[in-house]
Design a protein around this ligand. Sequence first.
Ligand code: HEC
Length: 100
Amino acid sequence: MPLSCLVRLLTQILGFTWFLGIASCASVSHQSMPEEGSTELGLLKKKCTICHGLPHPKRHTASEWDNLLIMMTERMNEKNISYTSVEMTQIKSYLQRNAR
Ligand code: HEC
């Protein structure tokens, strides 16, 4: 991971995300997303942009997404961000079928 990425992650953790604007390692908003207009992508946009930019499915392999989503649900629990298991299943299947 490049140093600039680490710095951005640290500032995110410290809560300066909004102060710094949209900058985020997970953000690749200039890239077009697969399945534009689908329910699953809609959920990803709604649930996964609260703390950082929209993560592109090609960033990770299917098994990496498995682990990452466990981490992200932990983060969401910490912040009391609500989601249902159905929503998470949809997000996960979207990310995995479009994964690297
Ligand atoms: C409660 C805030 C929060 C929410 C909501 C959240 N994340 Fe994250 N995410 C983080 C933080 C903080 C990091 C930085 C790494 C860390 O400390 O876990 C991160 C990092 C990431 C990364 C970067 C890892 C990398 O190097 O590629 C990806 C991808 C990601 N999140 C995906 C998601 C997805 C998908 C969702 C929706 C299910 C989501 N995030 C929802 C807080 C959140």
